[in-house]
Design a protein around this ligand. Structure first.
Ligand SMILES: Cc1cc2nc3c(=O)[nH]c(=O)nc-3n(C[C@H](O)[C@H](O)[C@H](O)COP(=O)(O)O)c2cc1C
Length: 381
C-alpha cells in the first residue's frame, strides 16, 4: 500500500528521462512502426484473416463503461493479488511472446530484466529466442511461468516441462489455440516467417530429447523438426493427463473462449484458464475475449483462476476485465512495441505506465483493492 502511494507521487512524466518516451500504447506502436522493417512489424502488430478479431478485441472494451463510485476514501488502496500462493504486486502479467529477437537483439533477456525490476511475472514462450534457462538466470527468483506449445513427439513436451520446473518456472501454460498457425495475410504479403528463419529455436536446440531425434543437430534440422512438431491438430483433453504426470506445477490452458471448454478444463483438473484469442492471431472471426469472459467466469465460479489477454491497453481496460470476472490480465503487443523502441527501458516504461494507470483508474473508480472490482461499477453501452 505504502509502495503504491510512493509510486503515485514519484510517477511523473515531466522529468528528462521519461519525457522522450511515448505515453500511450498507440504512440509506442507508432514508434515501433518507424523503427522496424515491415516483416517484423507486421508479424507483431498484425492479426489473422481480415483482422476482425484483432479489431473486436479493442472495441469490446469500449462497449463497457466504468460507472465510478465517489466518497470512498481510497487512501489505502492496493493492487496486489495472490495467484497460486504467490503474492503479486499487481494483476498484470507479460503474455508469452515468442521470438522477441525480431523486435530487439536482446529479446527476452531485456524483457526479463524489466519484468523482474517491475515485479511483474513473465510467461516465457516455447519459441523464445533465448532458452528458458538463460532467461531464468537473468530473473533470479523473480516470478515466471513457462508457456508450452505441444509437440507431436510428446516426450519433447515432457522434457521441456521438466526443464522449466528445474529452472524455477512456477506454472505451465499450455496454449491450446495454436494447433496450427493462423492464416496471416500480412506475413504472406511480406514473405516473412521468423519461425522458418530460426528465430524461435533456442528451447529446441538445447533440448536433449529433441536433439536425440536428429541425425545431426544443425539449426536447419532443428527448424524442420520444430515445424513437424508445432502442427499438432490431434491435441485433445486426454493430453492433460499426460501433462499432469510430468509436473507438479499448476497447469493453465491458454486460448479458451467457450464456456463449455472452461467447464471441461475444470473437469480435467486444470488449475487455471487464460481467456485468449491469441491477440486475434489465430481464429479470425472469433469472439473477443472481453465478450467471452463473463460466461466463462460464471461456469468456473471461482473454482480456478481465470485470466484474460487480447486487447488490454490501459488501466481502465484492466479494471473492466477484472470487474467482469478475471483474476489477472496479460499484455502482449504493448510490451513488444516498448521492447522494439527502447529495449529493457521500453518494456519498463510500458509497464510503469500501465501500472500507474491502473492505480489511478482504481482510485478514481472508488476501489481500494482488486477484490472491490465487480460488475456494479460497469454499464453496458
Ligand atoms: C509477436 C507475437 C508472438 C506471440 N507468440 C506467442 C507464443 O509464442 N505463445 C503463445 O502462447 N502466445 C503467443 N502470442 C500471443 C500472446 O501470448 C497473447 O495472447 C496476445 O499477444 C495478447 O494480445 P495483445 O497482443 O492484444 O495484448 C504472441 C503474440 C504476439 C503479438
Amino acid at each position: 500500500m505504502a509502495e503504491t502511494k510512493k509510486e503515485a507521487l514519484l510517477f511523473t512524466r515531466v522529468n528528462k528521462d521519461t519525457q522522450s518516451l511515448p505515453v500511450s500504447i498507440e504512440d509506442w506502436e507508432q514508434k515501433a512502426r518507424e523503427i522496424l522493417p515491415d516483416g517484423p512489424f507486421d508479424y507483431i502488430a498484425g492479426g489473422s484473416g481480415a483482422e476482425e478479431t484483432l479489431a473486436s478485441n479493442r472495441t469490446a472494451f469500449s462497449k463497457w463503461a466504468i460507472v465510478p463510485r465517489m466518497m470512498r476514501d481510497v487512501t489505502n488502496r492496493t493492487m496486489s493479488i495472490s495467484l497460486y500462493n504467490q503474492a503479486l504486486r499487481t494483476p498484470i502479467m507479460l503474455a508469452p511472446v515468442g521470438m522477441q529477437a525480431i523486435a530487439h537483439p536482446e529479446g527476452e533477456l531485456a524483457t526479463a530484466r524489466a519484468a523482474k525490476e517491475a515485479g511483474v511475472p513473465l510467461v516465457v514462450s516455447t519459441v523464445s529466442a533465448h532458452s528458458m534457462e538463460q532467461i531464468a538466470e537473468v530473473m533470479g527468483d523473480a516470478p515466471r511461468w513457462f508457456q508450452l506449445y505441444w509437440s507431436n513427439d510428446r516426450e519433447v513436451s515432457a522434457s521441456m516441462v521438466k526443464r522449466a520446473e528445474a529452472a524455477g518456472y512456477s506454472a505451465i501454460v499450455l496454449t491450446v489455440d495454436t494447433i496450427m498457425l493462423g492464416w496471416k495475410r500480412r506475413d504472406f504479403r511480406n514473405g516473412y516467417s521468423p519461425l522458418r528463419e530460426g528465430k524461435g529455436v533456442a528451447n529446441y536446440i538445447t533440448d536433449p530429447v529433441l536433439c536425440s531425434r536428429l541425425t545431426e543437430v544443425t539449426p536447419e534440422n532443428v527448424v524442420e523438426e520444430i515445424l513437424k512438431n508445432i502442427y499438432h491438430p490431434a491435441l485433445n483433453w486426454n493430453d492433460i493427463a499426460f501433462l499432469r504426470e510430468q509436473t507438479s506445477l499448476p497447469i493453465l490452458v491458454k486460448g479458451i473462449l467457450h464456456p463449455d471448454d472452461a467447464r471441461l478444463a475444470v473437469e480435467h483438473g486444470v488449475d487455471g484458464i487464460i481467456v485468449s484469442n491469441h491477440g486475434g492471431r489465430q481464429m479470425d472471426g472469433a469472439i473477443s475475449t472481453l465478450e467471452a469472459l463473463p460466461a466463462i467466469a460464471k461456469v468456473v465460479a471461482g473454482k480456478i483462476p481465470v485470466l484474460l489477454d487480447s486487447g488490454v491497453r490501459t488501466g481502465a481496460d484492466v479494471v473492466k476485465a477484472i470487474a467482469l470476472g478475471a483474476n489477472a490480465v496479460l499484455i502482449g503487443r504493448p510490451f513488444l512495441f516498448g521492447l522494439a523502441v527502447a529495449g529493457e527501458k521500453g518494456v519498463a516504461s510500458v509497464l510503469d505506465t500501465l501500472i500507474n494507470e491502473l492505480d489511478v483508474a482504481m482510485a478514481l473508480s472508488g476501489s481500494n483493492s482488486v477484490a472491490d472490482l465487480n460488475e456494479s461499477i460497469l454499464a453496458r453501452m
